[in-house]
Design a protein around this ligand. Sequence first.
Ligand code: KIV
Ligand code: ZN
Length: 407
Amino acid sequence: ESATPDSPIATREAVPDTTPQTQRQIRIFDTTLRDGEQSPGASMNLAEKLEVAHALADLGVDVIEAGFPIASPGDFDAVKQIAETIKGSTICGLARCNEKDILRAADAVQHAEQSRIHVFLATSAIHREFKLRMTPDEIVRRAVDGVKLAASRCDDVEFSPEDACRTEHDFLCRVVEAAIDAGATTINVPDTVGYVTPAEIYKIFDMLRNRVPNMDKAVLSTHCHDDLGMAVANSLAAVAAGAGQIECTINGIGERAGNAALEEVVMAMKTRGDFYDCTTRINSERLVPVSRLVSKVTGISVQRNKAIVGRNAFAHESGIHQDGMLKERSTYEIMSPEEVGFAKTDLVLGKHSGRAALADRAKTLGFHIDGEELNSVFEQFKLLADKKKEIYDGDIIALVQQKISTS
Ligand code: KIV
Ligand code: ZN
């Protein structure tokens, strides 16, 4: 444990790492470049997509969903180039469940170190009747044909019954069993419209594990949207019920209200390993840099109070909190900022700050003040803080120098 001028707060981990070796490893499937890019205003050019793909591979994601090759020539080129360049992650292309889409996706991913085609077909009654106008039997036949074709063209196939969480359980089980028999090795269960609650999604995953006879031949995956603000909670509930893969995006960008945020699901499992009993391959120190990169290339800013990567995520302004932090950081921090890629904890000086934080910042700036001197500077500091949102180092230096020169 050490305190440095740069980091007045001890740098040891807030919570001891009690990770047992037997933890389940959860695959992280990143869809920033596909579902994320579908958020209004988030489109990226080829160079930007390649940069993000490199950053995702460095971050340690298991699968990169690089795009939807049939959607446009630009999407096809991006998936193809990512497949040809990126090493260390499976590269996946999305396809609707028809021959044209699947063959286009196969062309795009064919040179990947490990290639995946993600085939999707809606299964809920609403989608069957109003969108596809297909009977349940036709859906099953289409799913089987699509998965078989995809399996003949790439290393592994993922199948998604779109709107799975609003699909009748009997029919969902029937489609999933047929898709696994046809060769799907990952079954993704999307909450396409962000409708379910954590308790419900837990039951759906539990039900699939108990009722689908060949479920042990495939990895169950969760893909949650945030329309009711529950995408992360739902993803974690699915993991608790046996999901082995989480689909998510950097900063939670995605269709409408977005997808489950990668940084949040990863840090929840890491910080609460005692509860989830699972781990990931993610190099968490890369989370903040990747978040910044995605924000820069999409133009979608990250709100200050965003969990894990927001500017305020490790900033403390209240005097009581700052005092506690200076004594022992685990009083108010459940993870360390360094663990997610921030340089250090930020004790923001403002009107809620106390004497201890002021003296500490002055010390970092090279001034030792205590006793009456500290009281006097503190009084001036509070007057200033009432007028300004944030107090900068320059303000502190001015206050201390003013005091020194008048005493
Ligand atoms: O939300 C969704 O259903 C999707 C599918 C393509 C998996 O993004
Ligand atoms: Zn989606």
